[in-house]
Design a protein around this ligand. Structure first.
Ligand code: FAD
Ligand code: UDP
Length: 363
């Protein structure tokens, strides 16, 4: 059967476009993914003990984009969830990001917000230019706090010094002069009531959408006719690595299940300075599931493996720019999502880009 639209990748980027084409245009669309499931990295499933886990790392939906929130809300009910993270520094388990609460507990103080402003101002390093993630942290909080909270975590996560990655990475973490210990402050936050996979299943529940799983696009691309292709796989792979392999950071996700109700005091605990893993997630504390056992996940970052994070350096961006030039020459092909656009996208931003692509180019 002929499908005028082919989408490569059944992650949130691909599924959003496919849903729009199928429901908005009433056209047939084929979605191809090399994995055995839909959802891409937001895929979740029940493990052998019946605990809902996020197979590719903890996913917390948060956005200020009302349209995106409402769009996804057609496919799920949202459970309220305000994410909180603790970090282990100098033997203390204290809130992350850095807030008044964090510093008071770390330094055994009882500062007011104004006193914290003075405390930080006395330590922040004035820099003429902010060029790297190290500069971001030093200019905000100074050397000592940078070393305790950011330096080693970032080295573990990226395998390089924060001075070697661009500003966007550590800029993701705010500094707060108040007691708001939520990890995100976006207006809309939540967990899909029945999980992300169910949300994704509802998105593709349309007779115009045909799923082709366990299929690498590379193996079928020469024999696949289409009018329009939406590609959400890795950019370098699409062009057969003609400008070299793009660097990504990968992660080993290691699960452990314990015969206890609760493992830790927060959904996520970060370990900037201890162990080889960066953080531990306890899934029940995110999903609200009741179970007498509990499953945790440790994240061990690594260079090789599944591409999860585009590498945030100027060199990598310059290399990706060569691929962008190639993309501009492709006819009837649109490149979208974390891998194809080589961007450190959150879920809401990916859905926003997909809705924009549909509205501007496809509908
Ligand atoms: P993906 O989900 O990566 O989907 C791409 C799909 O393309 C995959 O299914 C892949 O199998 C398929 N594919 C690739 N190549 C081919 C090929 N050759 N043939 C066929 N199929 C192919 N965002 C948040 O908002 N909140 C969070 O808390 C959060 N936590 C995260 C934690 C981790 C550890 C990671 C890695 C990401 C996190 N994100 C989070 C980001 C979120 O996962 C992404 O924004 C989102 O999943 C990107 O969707 P996508 O469709 O662009 O890519
Ligand atoms: N980071 C850090 N210490 C922490 C948490 C984060 O240094 O305790 C840095 C690290 O470089 C990380 C970046 O901030 O890659 C972004 O953190 P975020 O929690 O957004 O990472 P993600 O959930 O996307 O992996």
């Amino acid at each position: 059967m002929y499908y005028p639209y082919v989408v490569v990748g059944a992650g949130l980027a691909g599924l959003t476009v496919a849903e729009r084409i199928a429901a908005g245009k009433n056209e047939k669309v084929l979605v191809v993914d090399k994995r055995a499931h839909i959802g891409g990295n937001v895929y979740d499933s029940y493990n052998e003990d019946g605990i809902l886990i996020h197979n590719y790392g903890p996913h917390i939906f948060h956005t200020n984009d009302r349209e995106v929130y409402e769009y996804l809300g057609q496919f799920t009910k949202w459970d309220d969830f305000w994410h909180r993270v603790l970090t282990q520094v100098d033997g203390n388990l204290i809130p992350m990001p850095i807030t008044l609460e964090t510093l008071n507990r770390l330094y055994h103080l009882s500062m007011s917000p104004e006193e914290m402003e003075r405390f930080i101002a006395a330590r922040a390093v004035p820099l003429e230019e902010i060029k790297t993630s190290r500069d971001v942290a030093l200019s905000k909080v100074g050397e000592e706090i940078y070393q305790k909270f950011f330096e080693n975590y970032t080295k573990k996560q990226w395998g390089v010094d924060p001075a070697d990655i661009d500003t966007s990475v550590i800029s993701r973490i705010p500094l707060r002069f108040n007691r708001d210990t939520r990890y995100f402050t976006d207006k809309y936050q939540g967990m899909p009531h029945c999980g992300y996979t169910k949300l994704c299943e509802a998105m593709v529940h349309n007779k115009n959408i045909k799923l082709l799983l366990n299929t690498d696009f590379e193996e079928i691309r020469d024999d696949l006719p289409y009018k329009t292709l939406i590609y959400t796989g890795p950019a370098d792979e699409y062009f057969h690595y003609k400008h070299g392999k793009l660097a990504y950071r990968s992660v080993d996700f290691v699960m452990e299940t314990y015969d206890m109700e609760s493992f830790q005091d927060a959904p996520v605990v970060n370990y900037p300075n201890d162990y080889d893993y960066t953080r531990i997630t306890e899934f029940k504390k995110m999903t609200g599931q009741q179970h007498k056992k509990t499953t945790i996940m440790k994240e061990f970052p690594k260079a090789e493996g599944e591409p999860y994070y585009p590498f945030p350096t100027a060199e990598c961006k310059a290399q990706f720019a060569l691929y962008q030039k190639e993309m501009e020459k492709e006819e009837n092909v649109y490149f979208l999502g974390r891998l194809a656009e080589y961007r450190y996208y959150n879920m809401d931003a990916v859905v926003r880009s997909a809705l924009d692509l549909y509205r501007d180019k496809l509908c």
